[in-house]
Design a protein around this ligand. Structure first.
Ligand SMILES: Nc1ncnc2c1ncn2[C@@H]1O[C@H](COP(=O)(O)OP(=O)(O)OP(=O)(O)O)[C@@H](O)[C@H]1O
Length: 253
């Protein structure tokens, strides 16, 4: 276990009912690093991402064997509160999914549920989160407007701001740009690069160039197994496994 590790996945198998979606996964995620999870459709990337903050708990029949250690505790231990896990390890989804509420209320919804009440504190949180998500300048004069009126790229940055408002340590991103145009995609990629100063980012992506651009480490998955986990540079220039090479050069997947 490396010192700089924030999450350690140890000997994890994962099942949907009788179907085994992940087999024997051991890997770690380093603090203030961007880690990309790549691999062909159905290889288990999203399953792995979702089990890092117990999102799969909500699925009937889902079962995990093994441990996910976050700051020295197994997040699947009986006394761990999954709501607190999800506050510390936030998530941004493939399609921007703002609440049908104002921009302001989108950001304050979670913090209010967690007890932030003072108007001034909420206003400060809204500004800080939107600034971090590089959206503040575009929306500072329309905070009361419905989030649904924003463009797709702005909505996704709002969803990132909403995740950041919970003051997480880790942000999980599941194909966060797949529904966006190239300009919005570039903005989110720049944002990811800035966010790693303060957060640990784990991103699932189908876009090889994106993985190469934004991440420091990359894990390649195939049929529910972690085939290779290495520095992004090594994965994309000189992978150790033939399957990795075949995938990144477009020979399958
Ligand atoms: N809720 C579920 N119930 C049953 N099987 C599921 C469920 N979610 C995913 N699976 C199966 O688990 C396997 C891994 O799915 P997962 O979504 O993790 O793959 P992925 O690599 O993220 O794929 P994609 O790139 O297409 O999103 C697939 O075979 C999928 O059909």
């Amino acid at each position: 276990m490396k010192n700089n590790s924030i999450i350690d996945v140890v000997d994890v198998d994962f099942y949907y009912g009788t179907f085994q979606a992940l087999t024997d996964i051991t890997m770690n995620f380093e603090k203030n690093e961007v880690t990309a999870l790549i691999g062909p459709s159905g290889c288990g990337k999203s399953t792995l991402l979702r089990l890092l903050n117990r999102m799969n708990d909500l699925i009937d029949g889902a079962r995990l064997v093994g441990q996910v250690i976050f700051e020295d505790r197994n997040i699947y231990a009986a006394d761990v509160d999954p709501v607190e896990v999800r506050r510390r390890i936030g998530m941004v989804f493939q399609k921007p999914n703002p609440f049908p509420k104002s921009i302001f209320d989108n950001i304050t919804y979670g913090p209010k549920l967690h007890g932030v009440r003072k108007k001034r504190d909420l206003e400060d949180l809204v500004e800080a989160s939107l600034r971090q998500a590089v959206l503040w300048e575009e929306v500072k004069d329309i905070l009361n407007r419905s989030a649904m009126t924003l463009s797709g790229g702005q909505q996704q940055r709002l969803c990132i701001a909403r995740a950041l408002a919970m003051k997480p340590d880790v942000v999980l991103m599941d194909e966060p740009t797949s529904a966006l145009d190239p300009i919005s995609t570039a903005k989110i990629e720049e944002l990811i690069d800035e966010l790693k100063e303060n957060y640990t980012i784990i991103i699932v992506t189908h876009n090889m160039q994106q993985a190469a651009r934004v991440s420091g480490k990359t894990g390649f998955f195939y049929l529910g197994r972690l085939i290779e986990f290495n520095s992004t540079e090594k994965i994309f220039t000189n992978p150790e496994e033939k399957q990795t090479e075949d995938y990144i050069t477009g020979r399958f997947g």
